[in-house]
Design a protein around this ligand. Structure first.
Ligand code: G
Ligand code: G
Ligand code: MN
Ligand code: NA
Length: 250
């Protein structure tokens, strides 16, 4: 069985589902949003993790179609929650480099927002640090268009790439996401890095969120360092859409 053929079929049959992982404001303890994470349910193979199919989708170009679906589905779901009376929060979607470098990405997103009726400030896109630091000019231009549209932008996996601080300050970003490796291995160096990322973010007027928060100690550390938001298994793993409503009520 060729996974690429299966991926084609899965797109036609809509064998994908978005799971959602909550993000919390550390000061208010309120949910600020959900990160949408794609899951593939295969009839014979079971759940295929994104680490396996996203690289394949990128290689084959299927990421464009899949990526459009992810953005649409995330917006549709968030609007539905709002219409059901849930407090309004953001939904964030991960974009791959190929998707981002495609012309008309901003138009496609605008179209999806129109179609689903979701207000732009309730959509956040995540691009990785590595993506941002190649084609800087093009990325900065595109991000300015997103800013104009009112869509939020977060820089994902921060700390794992090689950001030029010169460029970073030119990026119209709203948020920096500290890569979970720094939270998971709190070596002396990593602690120093986390502290400086938080300071840097605040100096640049950006919100900062820590990923991979798994323990009470992680949380205390981030609270002390005045991190703005947190996400991780300590609060919840990614959950299906139908679990979100009950989740937010408790
Ligand atoms: O959901 P999980 O934590 O297993 O995700 C593993 C990786 O797959 C993460 O790096 C995540 O960003 C990526 N991923 C999950 N869903 C999507 C998606 O819809 N689009 C892209 N481009 N990446 C995704
Ligand atoms: O690359 P990105 O940040 O988009 O990856 C999100 C991935 O991180 C998802 O696969 C999600 O399941 C995973 N994740 C979220 N919270 C935690 C956590 O607390 N610990 C670990 N190990 N993984 C997490
Ligand atoms: Mn992410
Ligand atoms: Na990340």
């Amino acid at each position: 069985m060729q996974l690429e053929t299966e991926l084609h079929k899965a797109l036609q049959h809509q064998d994908f589902e978005l799971f959602f992982q909550p993000q919390y404001d550390l000061k208010t303890n309120r949910i600020t949003g959900f990160e949408a994470l794609c899951r593939w349910f295969h009839d014979d193979l079971g759940v295929i993790p994104p680490d396996r199919f996203i690289p394949l989708a990128e290689k084959t170009g299927l990421i464009l179609e899949l990526g459009d679906w992810v953005i649409y589905e995330a917006c549709r779901q968030n609007k539905l929650w709002q219409d059901q009376g849930m407090p309004k929060v953001k939904v964030s979607v991960n974009l791959s480099a190929k998707q981002f470098l495609r012309r008309q990405l901003v138009d496609r997103v605008r179209h999806i927002l129109d179609e689903t009726g979701l207000e732009p400030q309730y959509l956040e896109i995540e691009i990785t640090e590595t993506m941002a630091m190649s084609n800087e000019r093009y990325i900065i231009d595109t991000l300015h268009q997103f800013e104009k549209l009112g869509v939020q932008v977060a820089l994902d996996d921060f700390g794992t790439g090689y950001s030029s601080l010169q460029y970073l300050s030119q990026f119209p970003l709203n948020k920096i996401k500290i890569d979970r490796s720094f939270i998971q291995n709190q070596s002396k160096q990593n602690v120093a890095i986390v502290k400086s990322i938080i300071h840097l973010s605040h100096a640049l007027n950006l919100k900062v969120i820590a990923e991979g928060v798994e323990t009470e100690d992680d949380l205390k550390f981030l609270l002390t360092e005045q991190c703005d938001e947190v996400q991780g298994f300590y609060f919840s793993k990614p959950i299906p859409a139908q679990s979100v409503q009950g989740f937010i009520d408790v």
